[in-house]
Design a protein around this ligand. Structure first.
Ligand code: UDP
Ligand code: MG
Length: 331
């Protein structure tokens, strides 16, 4: 179907935030998988793992630096503070694309099945520029997470977004795809919604999700809500259009009610109407505040975009055991 590619150099990008409980076992498993891929001739011998320390407050960075010292195939990019998962994977991809021909992003807890990497690479070899990892089911999630995720994906589809259901950020992107993505300068990142808009040749690989082996989820409710609203506001302006339609319908209803009341008044019927007045006032005030909130959400995002603040600040970068290609902080 697509143009076949040569054997490529693979970089695995792993965002890490307070992952000291799980990181050593993940490093071991990833290195083992990388060795097997090289031995099987699926990727070149200079393939690597790039860990992105997203401002961890525990021992994660110390453990990563120690691993990078004993193992050349590990590189470590470290942020000055916590910029969030999306910024961490973006930075990892942009840095890796300098050396790699394909980059796969995967979580530090390895909940996503690393054995699916063979299929990712096979798709890349067939000519895909992007390969989306899609989870087979959500049995490892809580009932709350399952229900909210399902509603969220449905809502995004209803808004007309081209998001892939049950795809998080386990994804392969070619060098070319990352170079194109690097042209997108937005600060409010929602990569799983943004990447499909590139329109490049792509495919889907299904994988099983495991339970987290150690440590707890680093996606707090606050971070999840932030990501979810970012998803909606960065992919669609339809909520604003819905407000306009709602406003229009309310106006039509209002004019109808005014005519009705006028006729009633002319006919000399005076109705007490306390309940009606109260209900209309409460509902309308609620709707007005909700509408203002939605508009405010977009305005806030616009405000952040207008500031053009850096999406991350890199404090150090270790590559091939050396610190580093850069001196001091960089964006
Ligand atoms: N993560 C990150 N920065 C954050 C939060 C999370 O880099 O602010 C990383 C985290 O270390 C992990 C990945 O994002 O590699 C996914 O987080 P987690 O596994 O805790 O999320 P869950 O699987 O519970 O959705
Ligand atoms: Mg996880």
């Amino acid at each position: 179907m697509y143009e076949r590619k040569e054997k490529g150099t693979l970089y695995l990008v792993v965002p890490c935030y307070n992952e000291e409980e799980v990181i050593e076992s993940s490093i071991e498993k990833l290195l083992d998988k990388l060795s097997r891929l090289v031995d099987q001739g699926k990727v070149t011998a200079d393939s690597k793992i790039m860990f992105v320390n997203d401002g961890s407050k525990d021992n994660t960075l110390f453990l990563l630096h120690a691993a990078a010292k004993r193992e050349n195939r590990i590189s470590v990019l470290s942020f000055s503070t916590n910029f969030g998962h999306q910024s961490a994977i973006l930075a990892g991809m942009l840095y890796s694309a300098k050396y790699a021909s394909m980059v796969v992003t995967i979580d530090a807890d390895l909940q996503q099945d690393i054995e699916a990497l063979d299929q990712f690479i096979a798709c890349y070899d067939r000519g895909c520029e992007i390969v989306y990892g899609v989870r087979n089911d959500r049995h490892s999630d809580s009932v709350f997470k399952k229900a909210t995720a399902s509603c969220y994906y449905r809502f995004l589809h209803w808004l007309g977004c081209s998001i892939i259901t049950n795809h998080a950020d386990y994804r392969l992107m070619s060098k070319k795809a990352i170079q194109i993505l690097s042209q997108y300068q937005e600060v409010n990142l929602f990569l799983r919604g943004l990447v499909p808009t590139l329109g490049l040749p792509s495919d889907v690989v299904y994988f099983d999700v495991k339970k987290r082996e150690a440590g707890t989820s680093k996606y707090t409710i606050k971070k999840m809500i932030h990501l979810a609203t970012n998803g909606i506001t960065s992919l669609s302006v339809r909520p604003l259009q819905i407000i306009t339609i709602f406003g229009l319908l309310t106006c039509v209803f209002g004019v109808g009610m005014a005519i009705y009341c006028l006729i009633d008044w002319i006919n000399g019927n005076t109705v007490p109407g306390y309940t009606t007045t109260l209900m209309v006032t409460l509902i309308m005030n609620g709707m007005t505040l909700l509408s203002l909130g939605i508009i405010g959400e977009y305005l806030g995002k616009l405000y952040m975009e207008a500031k053009k603040r850096p999406r991350y600040i890199v404090e150090s970068f270790i590559w091939n055991g050396d610190e580093n290609e850069q001196n001091g902080y960089s964006c």
